[in-house]
Every structure is written in structure tokens, then in C-alpha cells.
Write a protein that binds this ligand. Structure first.
Ligand SMILES: C[S@@+](CC[C@H](N)C(=O)[O-])C[C@H]1O[C@@H](n2cnc3c(N)ncnc32)[C@H](O)[C@@H]1O
Length: 273
């Protein structure tokens, strides 16, 4: 008698799409675009229309930007053809024809690309920390400044605190899976931090090292010095606020140079050309 084996079934990890998981667990484009809109209005007295997203990945922020207001345009830059293809298939395809006219994906290195000048240049999720050498960071900031109109603004994110300099794992439940952030290696001499993102599923399957990054952990003060050297006239740190009673991090950011010896703080650096 023939033995009929059950057809192999795919695990949740095998069925999952790492870019969708990344978008669901790491990114919050609406919050970030609200912050950009509100801060730009506060500083420049108007809402911006033209935006460039560097290290764009799936370009979800650019897609949300063109959906936000009819006059908005976005340029998304990434040097990885695979992620830009994914963006075309999964994100750009969901835009209307009219919205598609207002977004451009560019496959290029942010250190080389030349684009129309924009009011907002955003480089988020610490991707500019891929640049390890001060000279490279200076070069990037010079290029970023050239890409801005005279009254534009550069938006960078930044983090700090003693936990940056440690190996550690942090788990968070997201809808239908677990997100694991692993700071796997830290070199105390060079400040190089190697991090992985893993995803775990209820059926016990896993995507290990779905994404790996090696960054230099930069200090906000040094970054501001490099921004000044690149010609930016002013830069401001917007630091995450903490609940004074519970010490819990809040989704509110204030312009300040005041900070305690937080174990971990998140913030933005906003620079004026
Ligand atoms: C962590 S993802 C960031 C995605 C998104 N911006 C976010 O906020 O989550 C980093 C992206 O930067 C891209 N990247 C890294 N270095 C780059 C460079 N020099 N020029 C252009 N893209 C770069 C990678 O291909 C990758 O898609």
C-alpha cells in the first residue's frame, strides 16, 4: 500500500514578506510626516510640499506624503534595486494614477544622487549612520544641503543613552508576530554597532536576521558640529519627552539641549541650510 504523505505546508515565516513585516513593526510614517508638517510650519510658517526621502527602502513615507495633499511631491532614493521593485509592486501600485505622477523613485547612492531642490529632506531610521567616517558624513551633509531650497529643512533621527553602547535584545509584540531588535556586537573603540531584526511567529517559525545593519553610533553633538561644517546655519535637537512620574518615553518631542543620563532616548535633528 502506498504511503501518502501529507503535502508540505508552509510555515508562517515562509509565507511572510520581510518588507511588510518591517513596515508594520519599525515604521510609523504618518507620525513622522505629522512631525515634519508641524515642525516645518512652526519654523517656516507654511506647510511644505516637496520632499525627498533618502535611504527610502520601500518608500512608504513618500507614498503617504503624496497621498497627504494634492500639491505634495516626493523623491525616494535608495541604491537597492530589489527594495525599489518591491515598492513599485506593493506600495506605488496602490496609489492613484494622479498620485503616481507626483512620486519618483531613484535607484542611486545618496552620496552621488542629484535631484531637484526640495523643502524637506528626511533621512530616517538612522540609515545615515551607515556612514562610518567623519569625512563621508560631512560629504553626505554637504550633498543634503545642496538638495534643499534656501528655506528648506533637513530632518534626521538620532538616538543616544548608555544602552546604545551595549549588546542587548528587545522584543515587542506586533499584530500577528513578534519583532526582535538585537544589538549583536558593539566595538567600544570604533563605536561600530551591528544590529539584526528577527521576526518570530505564533507557529514557532522564525525569520532570523531578516535585516542586518552595521552603524557607527554617532553623538548628537558631533553630528551638529559636522552639520555646521557642511554649511548648515543652525541645527536643533528635538528630544523625546519622558513621563516625569513613570519615566516612560512619550511620543512627544521638544527642542532642547537638556538631557539626563537616559539609558535610551530618541530624537530628531533638524537643520537649516
Ligand atoms: C533601514 S532601511 C531604511 C528604510 C526607511 N527609510 C525607514 O525609515 O525605515 C535602509 C535603506 O537604506 C538603503 N541604503 C543604505 N545605504 C545607502 C546609500 N548610500 N544610498 C542609498 N541607499 C542606501 C538600503 O538599501 C536600505 O533600503
Amino acid at each position: 500500500m502506498a504511503i501518502v504523505e501529507n503535502p508540505p505546508t508552509q510555515t508562517m515565516a515562509e509565507k511572510a514578506d520581510r518588507h511588510l513585516l518591517y513596515q508594520a513593526s519599525v515604521q510609523n510614517p504618518d507620525f513622522e510626516l505629522d512631525f515634519i508638517d508641524e515642525t516645518f510650519k512652526e519654523i517656516r510658517g507654511r506647510k511644505p510640499k516637496t520632499m525627498r526621502e533618502d535611504f527610502a527602502g520601500t518608500a512608504i513615507s513618500s507614498c503617504r506624503w503624496v497621498k497627504r495633499r494634492r500639491g505634495n511631491t516626493a523623491i525616494a532614493v535608495d541604491f537597492d534595486a530589489e527594495v525599489l521593485d518591491w515598492s513599485r509592486k506593493h506600495n506605488i501600485s496602490k496609489l492613484t494614477d494622479e498620485q503616481k505622477q507626483r512620486i519618483e523613485l531613484i535607484e542611486d547612492d545618496v552620496l552621488n544622487v542629484s535631484t531637484d531642490k526640495v523643502e524637506v529632506l528626511q533621512a530616517y531610521n538612522f540609515s545615515y549612520w551607515f556612514f562610518q567616517e567623519r569625512a563621508t558624513m560631512l560629504n553626505y551633509f554637504k550633498k543634503a544641503r545642496e538638495a534643499l531650497v534656501d528655506d528648506g529643512l533637513l530632518f534626521l533621527d538620532v538616538f543616544g543613552g548608555s544602552e546604545c553602547y551595549q549588546t542587548q535584545k528587545e522584543k515587542r509584540k506586533v499584530d500577528g508576530f513578534k519583532y526582535i531588535w538585537e544589538q549583536a556586537e558593539f566595538n567600544a573603540i570604533t563605536n561600530e554597532l551591528t544590529c539584526h531584526i528577527h521576526f518570530h511567529f505564533p507557529d514557532k517559525s522564525k525569520i532570523k536576521k531578516a535585516f542586518t545593519y552595521t552603524w557607527r553610533v554617532w553623538g548628537a553633538r558631533e553630528l551638529r558640529e559636522i552639520l555646521a561644517e557642511a554649511g548648515f546655519s543652525e541645527s536643533t535637537v528635538y528630544r523625546q519627552k519622558f513621563d516625569p512620574k513613570t519615566d516612560e518615553a512619550l511620543d512627544e518631542y521638544i527642542a532642547t539641549d537638556e538631557a539626563e543620563d537616559y539609558a535610551c532616548w530618541l530624537g530628531y535633528i533638524i537643520a537649516k541650510p
